[in-house]
Design a protein around this ligand. Structure first.
Ligand code: BG6
Length: 480
C-alpha cells in the first residue's frame, strides 16, 4: 500500500481497543458471577482452552488500564457480563459484580479514557436459559430490559456511549457457532423469531438508555463484511446484493428505519416463515431511535450467481487456523461466495482487505447518514514470545496501518467517524480458537495447553499504535 498524503482525523477522535467480558475477564465463577451459556460453549471447543481464566482481566484490570494509558488510549470498548450483574432468576443484584465494573469505569475515567460499553456480547446467563429455554421465549425481552435498566442506573452517570447487542446478524447467521440455536428444532424458521425477539430487546435498550442516561447515546453493533460481485456479470451483482441483504442489510435497515424491509418480508413469505410479530411490537421498534452505528469489520466477501438447481452447500468456517479450510457456500437462487484473488488471507482464511473498511464506511454513510464508530477490527494470528523476550507482529502493524489509513480516507470522503477501537487490547480468547488465535496489542503469557504466568508483554504493534494515536493519526511510523 502506498500513501501519497496523510489524512486528517478530527480533533477529539477516540482511539482505543475492544474486548468482551466472557473473552477477557476469566473468574467465571468468582465474585458472585454465575455461568453463562457461552462459558459452557467455550468448554466444548477442544483442544482450545475455555474462558474460566481467559486473560484474567477480572484480577488485572488495573494493570491493563495502566497499559492503555501508556499506549495513549482515549477510549476503551468492553462488555458487561449479565450474569455478573444479575446472577440468578430472583433478579437480585450482585454487589461484587457492580463494584468490579464501577472500579473499571472509574479507573478509565480517572485517566481520561472514555468507556464505551456493550450490554450484550453473546453471554446469556444460564439461569435465563434454564428458566425460559433460550432466545425463543419472549419473557427474555423483560429480563433483558430489567438488566439494561440496572446497567443504565448503576453506570449511566459516567458511561455515555452504550452498545446494545453485539453482532446480532452474525448470531442469526451462525447460530450454532455462537450458541443461539440451542434448543431450536427448526432453526431455518425459528431464527427469524429469535431475531425478532432480539430486535425487541435492542429497541427496549435504546428506549431505556434515552430515558435513564442523561446525554446517553446508544447504537447497535452489526458485524459488517462488505460484499463485492465476483465479476461485472449482472447476475453476480444481484447475487452480491442478495448476500448483502441476507447477512447484514436486513438488520441495519431495521435499526436505522425502525421497520422490516420489503426484501425480508418477501423472503419470509416465499419461505413460509412467520417471525411472530405481535401487536405493539413494530410501534416499539419504531420508537427506538439509534444515535450511531458501531461497526465491527475484519474482512470482505465475494459473491457470485448461484443458479437454481445447483447443489446446496452450507458455509464452513475455518476452525483450525490451517489455511484453505474455509468452505464457500452455495445457496441456489440466492448467492454463492467465492475466493478473492486480489487479497491475501490470514491463517483462518479471513481476507486482508483494508479497502473494505472505506467501502463499509461509505456504504453505511450513504444508506443511513448516522455517525459511526469502529468497535472491532484486527488481525488474528498464531504468536509466541521471541528469543529476545519480545513479541514481533509486523503483519499486525501492516494490517492496522492499512486499515486505519482507509478510515482516514473515508473521513475525507465525508463519513462521520468518531472512534476507532481495534480488536483487541490484550490477547483474549477467540470465539472458537481459544488462545491459539491472538489479536492483542499486548501479549498474554498463557496457552491453550497450560496456564502460565499471564504476564503482559506489549507487542511491536502496541508501540506503533501508541505513536499513531498520540499524534491523532499523523505518525504512521514510516515514510508516506
Ligand atoms: C467478532 C466478535 O465477530 O469477531 C468477537 O464480536 C470475536 O467476539 C471477533 O472474538 C473475532 O472472531 P474470532 O472468531 O477470531 O474470535
Amino acid at each position: 500500500m502506498y500513501y501519497n498524503h496523510k489524512p486528517k482525523f478530527p480533533d477529539g477522535f477516540m482511539w482505543g481497543a475492544s474486548s468482551a467480558a466472557w473473552q477477557v475477564e476469566g473468574a467465571t465463577l468468582e465474585g458472585g458471577r454465575t455461568q453463562s451459556v457461552i462459558d459452557l460453549n467455550s468448554q466444548t471447543k477442544k483442544p482450545y482452552t475455555d474462558n474460566s481464566i481467559a486473560a484474567d482481566h477480572y484480577h488485572r484490570y488495573k494493570e491493563d488500564v495502566n497499559l492503555m494509558v501508556e499506549c495513549g488510549f482515549t477510549s476503551y470498548r468492553f462488555s458487561i457480563s449479565w450474569s455478573r450483574i444479575i446472577p440468578n432468576a430472583e433478579r437480585k443484584l450482585n454487589p461484587e459484580g457492580i463494584a468490579f465494573y464501577n472500579n473499571l469505569i472509574n479507573e478509565l475515567i480517572a485517566h481520561n479514557i472514555t468507556p464505551i460499553v456493550t450490554l450484550y456480547h453473546y453471554d446469556m446467563p444460564c439461569w435465563v436459559e434454564e428458566k425460559y429455554g433460550g432466545w425463543l421465549d419472549r419473557h427474555i425481552i423483560d429480563e433483558f430490559d430489567y438488566y439494561c435498566r440496572v446497567c443504565f442506573e448503576q453506570f449511566g452517570d459516567r458511561v455515555k456511549y452504550w452498545l446494545s447487542i453485539n453482532e446480532q446478524n452474525m448470531q442469526i447467521c451462525y447460530g450454532d457457532w455462537l450458541g443461539v440455536s440451542k434448543n431450536c428444532t427448526d432453526w431455518f424458521r425459528q431464527k427469524w423469531m429469535i431475531n425478532h425477539i432480539m430486535n425487541l430487546c435492542h429497541a427496549k435498550a435504546v428506549i431505556a438508555c434515552h430515558e435513564l442516561v442523561e446525554d446517553g447515546k446508544i447504537g447497535p453493533v452489526p458485524g459488517y463484511v462488505p460484499i463485492y460481485p465476483e465479476s461485472c456479470k449482472p447476475e453476480d451483482q444481484i447475487a452480491a446484493m442478495n448476500a448483502e441483504e441476507l447477512t447484514q442489510k436486513i438488520w441495519n435497515d431495521l435499526y436505522a428505519y425502525g421497520e422490516y424491509s420489503e426484501f425480508v418480508k418477501k423472503y419470509w413469505k416465499e419461505h413460509e416463515i412467520d417471525p411472530d410479530i405481535r401487536p405493539g411490537d413494530m410501534e416499539l421498534i419504531a420508537q427506538a431511535k439509534i444515535d450511531f452505528f458501531a461497526l465491527n469489520c475484519y474482512r470482505s466477501n465475494v459473491a457470485k450467481e448461484a443458479k437454481m438447481g445447483t447443489q446446496y452447500q452450507e458455509l464452513g468456517l475455518n476452525k483450525s487456523g490451517r489455511k484453505g479450510e474455509f468452505v464457500y457456500p452455495n445457496y441456489p437462487g440466492e448467492y454463492a461466495l467465492a475466493p478473492n484473488p486480489y487479497v491475501q488471507t490470514t491463517d483462518w482464511d479471513w481476507e486482508i482487505d483494508p479497502v473494505a473498511m472505506r467501502y463499509m464506511l461509505r456504504y453505511m454513510n450513504d444508506h443511513y447518514h448516522l455517525p459511526m464508530m469502529i468497535t472491532e477490527n484486527g488481525y488474528g494470528a498464531h504468536e509466541s514470545i521471541a528469543e529476545d523476550g519480545h513479541v514481533h507482529d509486523p503483519k499486525r502493524v501492516d494490517f492496522l496501518r492499512d486499515q486505519i489509513y482507509q478510515i482516514g480516507l473515508a473521513i475525507e470522503d465525508g463519513c462521520d467517524v468518531i472512534a476507532y477501537n481495534l480488536w483487541s487490547f490484550t490477547d483474549l480468547l477467540s470465539t472458537g480458537n481459544g488462545m491459539a488465535k491472538r489479536y492483542g496489542l499486548v501479549y498474554v503469557n498463557t496457552t491453550d495447553e497450560e496456564v502460565l504466568d499471564l504476564r503482559r508483554i506489549p507487542k511491536d504493534s502496541f508501540y506503533w499504535y501508541s505513536r499513531l494515536i498520540k499524534s491523532n493519526g499523523q505518525d504512521w511510523g514510516k515514510e508516506m
